[in-house]
Design a protein around this ligand. Structure first.
Ligand code: AOF
Ligand code: ZN
Length: 343
């Protein structure tokens, strides 16, 4: 399943509205096929693994990070393909929350006499599929708030300036996240102050996330580096956006933040990396819309400066506690990740 999760990761940021899924076929202790879902409309992970295995799939065990599908979608059901190929055992990490599948895939495999095990490395799989799961169950992207602070909790600068807070390893990690999430969001204040590109740099085979600019009054300059065909600009319902549309921007009009997120969901954006500035992040946080936190902490003291969140003060008893907290060293810096909402 570890190999299947690695396979699935190759699809991160490329499969929406579909999930990233990986499949590994094992026979006689050897891997005979592997596959991942590369993009919506393309064959599912199981199909690629079965193609590679050919006749060796007969009697093999399939390790799949998501319950094989039982429905006829853009592609034929994987359950039928697994049964036809003679796979005798299917190990599933997580059930598919898609109401068209939701346990039916596993049910049909069992009905055909296939041995099925569910729940192997489930937490990792669910986390990898957070975007798909948010989109299909809530109709909005999974929101990841990323920020870099000094040890005294200051974001020295915004946007591109964050490079000054942490070292190269942390910066490379942010580039990996940009490659893996569907969209990257900033407020117009960050666009005006830093003119960030919001591109993925230094990742082999990387692709750029879709830039999303929260800009109620359409103040984004037409010369902004993040403004390119497909860039999403989120405005108030009544804002004149004709010049931005002429520049190729996709406009999402919304009166509220939840409304804006639903609009992004309708664009099939399943995950959003929130990068730009304490004002935007504080608005998301205040409404409970930060699902996951990725904090990069540099062992430096600034003595003064901006905090990553600047909402109204709360008592310690009301602090939002992260769950599933993980720590990692990135050169001199420390990465702390955790969840604020359930996936
Ligand atoms: C699998 N393996 O690799 C993926 C699955 O429109 P379709 O035919 O591509 O179906 C999309 C749905 O299939 C998606 O919403 C999810 O429920 C499931 N994705 N299932 O067995 C895969 N990507
Ligand atoms: Zn399928």
């Amino acid at each position: 399943m570890a190999l299947a999760l690695e396979e699935a990761a190759r699809g991160l940021g490329r499969t929406a509205p579909n999930p990233p899924v990986g499949c590994v076929l094992v026979r006689g202790g050897a891997v005979v096929g592997r596959g991942f879902h590369p993009a919506a409309g393309e064959p599912h992970a199981e199909v690629f693994a079965l193609r590679e295995a050919g006749e060796q799939a007969r009697g093999a065990a399939a390790y799949v990070t998501l319950e094989p599908c039982s429905h006829l979608g853009r592609t034929p059901p994987c359950v039928a393909a697994l049964i036809a190929a003679g796979v005798s055992r299917v190990v599933v990490a997580a059930l598919d929350p898609n109401p068209r599948v939701a346990g039916r895939g596993v049910g049909r495999l069992r009905a055909a006499g296939t041995e099925v095990v569910v729940g192997v490395r489930e937490a990792e799989a669910v986390r990898q599929q957070a975007g798909f799961r948010a989109l299909i169950t809530r109709g909005r992207p999974w929101v990841v708030y990323k920020y870099a602070v000094t040890l005294d909790g200051k974001v020295a600068a915004r946007g591109e300036g964050n490079g000054a807070v942490t070292a190269a390893g942390a910066r490379a990690r942010v580039m990996r996240w940009r490659n893996e999430l569907d969209a990257v969001a900033v407020g117009v204040g960050t666009v005006l102050a830093d003119d960030p590109r919001l591109t993925t740099r230094g990742v082999a085979g990387g692709r750029d996330p879709r830039p999303v600019i929260f800009d109620r009054r359409a103040r984004t300059p037409l010369s902004a580096r993040a403004l390119r065909p497909g860039t999403v600009v989120v405005t108030a319902p009544d804002t004149d956006t004709a010049p931005l549309e002429d520049a190729g921007a996709t406009i999402v009009r919304a009166a509220t933040l939840p409304g804006a997120l639903r609009g992004l969901g309708q664009l099939h954006l399943s995950s959003l990396l929130l990068e730009g500035g304490p004002t935007l992040a504080s608005a998301f946080f205040a409404e409970g819309l930060v699902d996951e936190v990725r904090a990069l902490i540099a062992p430096k003291l600034l003595g003064a400066g901006l905090a990553p969140l600047n909402g109204p003060p709360r008592g310690m008893a009301d602090a939002a506690a992260l769950r599933a907290v993980q720590l990692e060293s990135l050169g001199p810096d420390v990465l702390v990740t955790g969840l604020l909402n359930d996936i």
